[in-house]
Every structure is written in structure tokens, then in C-alpha cells.
Design a binder for this molecule. Structure first.
Ligand code: CMC
Length: 426
């Protein structure tokens, strides 16, 4: 057997098969099983894709055991502490960090493209009061495909960039509008004098007659949340986006599908669930009862904001957010029963055998939920904030797949366990 292959023996008939091993630049190698069915007549089975690499990518690297995350080779801690969200978006989309001039041009591009067609207002107006902003946002992004249908067929680098810049610039506006319409509030248009993150907070919080003071510490905290959410290799929503890309669907339809996948409470909906759960627990005295429920095998209750499919030691994004949460709480002078409940849960989970032995540490959503609440962002907007951060990653992943020389439609098979052919009653 050569070094770069793996041999599989079928113990049923003694036949052996050899498959190539492909090496990564960093991290685990993969076994190329694309010919597995042709050679063995069997499919491979991996529910939830825990051992499956679904694509080759140059965008993001995660080492779950070491708690490492890199965007195009740059460590997340460097990106979060030294760079802005727009630097990050540029890096993900264009492949390199921007120079000062490139960043200035990118900022202008974001401002120029931040307005949405007035027709979107009619669409949003038709949704019932109290509609969840994630549902409105998903519909709004999908509707962008009607205004920019030409992005269905993209061939040049300039066209990719125009399509990517357009969606990243418009997402905060659609996100803020989705909240304002959901609550029957007057919409606030983008302000060309404000930066990307400040502009979003302003569109969310301001009133036509009222000046809203936004503190630098608030803008920085939200900007960092966007940066930390910007990409996370082949997570559930990115996989949804790539699946749509593989069918040659419109990029904005793919982003809308990503929003749908992200909404679930096992994924981006977790930060909203964290706060709802803390509110349900209500007081420090009840924490032990809920920790008991989380540990009980017969109880479906899970502690929201704990655990991660990939990070089994710590989530590097959570480490950064924990610092920001502490700073923010101090600067804004926030203390509440809810924060105390959160602190107690965190303390227990970090030392309790059940959580430690399963690698269930506080994840990004645990801290982002608390920070977003301190920023006076309503709970139903938490996942929407995640969408704003993740959009550059999604669009970079969409573009990477679509620029491959050959594109294979994502079409898994299954282990069929239904009935064999039945004879119809005559
Ligand atoms: N509370 C209590 N027990 C848990 C939890 C939790 N939050 N998460 C996992 N477990 C237990 C689970 O019961 C199982 O126990 P056992 O081995 O005894 O059967 C073990 O830990 C492994 O769980 P799993 O479901 O096989 O793990 P997974 O890697 O498939 O799931 C997860 C990862 C994030 C979906 C899960 O940990 C979870 O549901 N967490 C709560 C929701 C959450 O915070 N989601 C945000 C994830 S981070 C942001 C993002 O990527 O979107």
C-alpha cells in the first residue's frame, strides 16, 4: 500500500479497496471516497456529517481541539482586536486584507449601496404586525433577486464583486427595516455620514425626531460581534448556501436559504434562546434545578449557549466576547438578576463533571446574547445580527464554489430503511 492511500477490507467477501488520501495545508487529511459507490456498490453513512468534508475551501480554518479559528490565515483574535468588520468582509470576499485606500473605497461602496429599492417597503408593509424579523429579512433578501436578477449569470471577477458588495451593504438596511416594520415603527434610512456598524445601530434605534447617542464602546462591541460571526467554514447555514450554489441558483436565493438555516435554535437562533432561557429561569435560586434538567437524560431540556459541534475545549470567539461582555457591563454599569443567573450557570458548567467531560463550554451565543441585550437590541433581532455578520462569509463561500472549474450538484444518498416492494391489494 502506498503512503497516500487507505485500504478498506470488506469482511463479508474479503475484497480490498484502496482510496486516495488528500492532504490539507493545515489540519486533518481526507480520504477521497468519490469513487466509493462505483467501486464497492455501497454508500458511506455519516449522519450530521461529523466525519465528512463536503468541499475544498481556502476561506476559513478551524481546529476544534486547539480552539483555533482563522480567516484566510489570519487568527480570529487578531481580526477581532486589530481590524474592523469591513476589513474582515473585504478579506473574506477579496482574499486579502485591504490597504488603507482599498478600505476607504470599500467603505464608500458600502455606503453608496446601502439603500434598497422602495418596492421593498411595499413588500414589508404586507407582513402582519409582530412578524418575526428573521422571516421578514429572509423574504426581503429573496426579493432582492427580483431587483438584481442579472446576478444569476455571473462570469467576471467584477460581476462577482458587485454582487457581493451589494448584498453585504444592503443587509443592515433590510435587517433594520425588518425590525421597524415588525413593530410598526417609522423606518430610518441609511445615513451616509455614519460607518457601517454605527449606521445599523442608528437605523435600529433612532426616531425621525430624536437624536440617538451611540457610545463608541457600543459600536465597537457590535462591530466585533459581526467580525466573530463572519465565517465558520462548513456550518449548517453555509452548507445550505453552498447546496444552493451547486444547483446554479441565484446568489440572493442562496443567502435567503442560509438565513432560514441560521434561524434554528441549534444554530444562530441560540443567542435569542439563551436570553429567553435565562428569563425563564428567572432567579439565581432556580439555577440548580435547570442544571439538573440539562443533565437528565430523560429530559429534552438543553442549556442554550453551551456546546459546539467542532469546539470541544473552548470556543475562541467566546473567549473574546467574554472580555467584551465584562468591559461593556462595567462601562454601561449594567447589573441585573439575569446577568447573575448567567454568571452562576457559567460558573457551574465550567466545573461540573457532566459539562466538562462532554466538552460543553459556553459558546459564542452565550456571550453574544448577553452583549446584544446590553446594547438594547431586542431579542428577536439577535439572529438578524448574526446574519449581518455572516453574510460576507456566505457570499465568499458561494463565490468560491461557483468559480470552481467544475461544479457538482450537492446530492447525497441515503440508507433506505423503509418497506421493500409491496404487492398492492387488488
Ligand atoms: N445542554 C446539555 N447537554 C448537552 C448540550 C447542552 N447545551 N449540548 C450537548 N449536550 C450533551 C448531549 O445530550 C450529549 O450527551 P450524551 O453524550 O450523554 O448523549 C452530548 O452532550 C453530545 O451532544 P450532541 O448533541 O451529540 O452534540 P452536537 O455536537 O451534535 O451538538 C450543539 C452541538 C451546538 C447542537 C449542542 O451542543 C446544542 O444543542 N447546544 C445548545 C444550542 C446552542 O447553544 N447552539 C449554538 C451553537 S454555537 C453557534 C453556531 O455555530 O451556530
Amino acid at each position: 500500500m502506498s503512503k497516500n492511500t487507505i485500504t478498506i477490507i470488506n469482511n463479508r467477501d474479503g475484497k480490498t479497496y484502496e482510496f486516495n488520501i488528500l492532504d490539507a495545508t493545515v489540519g486533518p487529511s481526507v480520504v477521497d471516497i468519490s469513487s466509493f459507490y462505483k467501486e464497492t456498490g455501497m454508500f458511506t453513512y455519516d449522519e450530521g456529517y461529523t466525519s465528512t468534508a463536503s468541499c475544498q475551501s481556502k476561506i476559513t480554518y478551524i481546529d476544534g481541539d486547539a480552539g483555533q479559528l482563522m480567516y484566510r490565515g489570519y487568527d480570529i483574535s487578531f481580526m477581532a482586536k486589530e481590524k474592523s468588520f469591513l476589513d474582515t468582509a473585504y478579506l473574506l470576499i477579496y482574499g486579502e486584507l485591504p490597504s488603507q485606500d482599498e478600505l476607504t473605497d470599500f467603505k464608500l461602496e458600502m455606503q453608496k449601496r446601502s439603500f434598497v429599492h422602495e418596492g421593498i417597503k411595499k413588500l414589508f408593509d404586507s407582513f402582519p404586525d409582530g412578524a418575526h424579523p428573521m422571516a421578514i429579512l429572509s423574504a426581503g433578501v429573496s426579493a432582492l433577486a427580483t431587483f438584481y436578477f442579472k446576478h444569476l449569470e455571473i462570469t467576471t471577477a467584477a460581476e462577482y464583486q458587485e454582487m457581493a458588495n451589494r448584498i453585504v451593504a444592503k443587509i443592515p438596511t433590510l435587517a433594520a427595516f425588518s425590525y421597524r416594520y415588525s413593530n410598526g415603527l417609522p423606518i430610518i434610512y441609511p445615513d451616509l455620514n455614519k460607518g457601517f456598524t454605527e449606521n445599523f445601530l442608528n437605523m435600529l434605534r433612532a426616531y425621525p425626531h430624536e437624536y440617538v447617542e451611540l457610545k463608541d464602546v457600543e459600536i465597537k462591541a457590535l462591530d466585533t460581534i459581526f467580525t466573530l460571526h463572519a465565517d465558520h467554514e462548513q456550518n449548517a447555514s453555509t452548507t445550505a448556501v453552498r447546496n444552493l450554489a451547486s444547483t446554479m441558483a441565484h446568489p440572493y436565493a442562496a443567502i435567503s436559504a442560509g438565513i432560514g438555516a441560521l434561524w434554528g435554535r441549534s444554530h444562530g437562533g441560540a443567542n435569542e434562546s439563551v436570553i429567553r432561557q435565562l428569563e425563564m429561569i428567572g432567579s439565581v435560586d432556580r439555577v440548580d434545578e435547570f442544571i439538573g434538567k440539562a443533565k437528565d437524560k430523560d429530559d429534552p431540556f438543553r442549556l442554550m449557549g453551551f456546546g459546539h459541534r467542532v469546539y470541544k475545549n473552548f470556543d475562541p470567539r467566546a473567549t473574546i466576547l467574554k472580555e467584551i461582555r465584562n468591559e461593556l457591563m462595567e462601562e454601561l454599569g449594567i447589573s441585573s438578576e439575569l446577568v447573575e443567573v448567567a454568571n452562576k450557570i457559567e460558573q457551574i458548567a465550567l466545573s461540573d463533571e457532566y459539562f466538562v467531560s462532554r466538552g460543553l463550554y459556553p459558546n459564542i451565543d452565550f456571550y453574544s446574547g448577553l452583549i446584544l441585550q446590553a446594547l438594547k437590541i431586542p431579542k428577536e433581532m439577535f439572529a438578524v445580527v448574526f446574519v449581518i455578520g455572516r453574510t460576507p462569509g456566505w457570499i465568499a463561500q458561494w463565490s468560491e464554489l461557483r468559480q470552481q472549474k467544475s461544479i457538482k450538484i450537492a446530492r447525497p444518498r441515503q440508507l433506505y430503511v423503509g418497506s421493500s416492494e409491496r404487492t398492492p391489494n387488488t
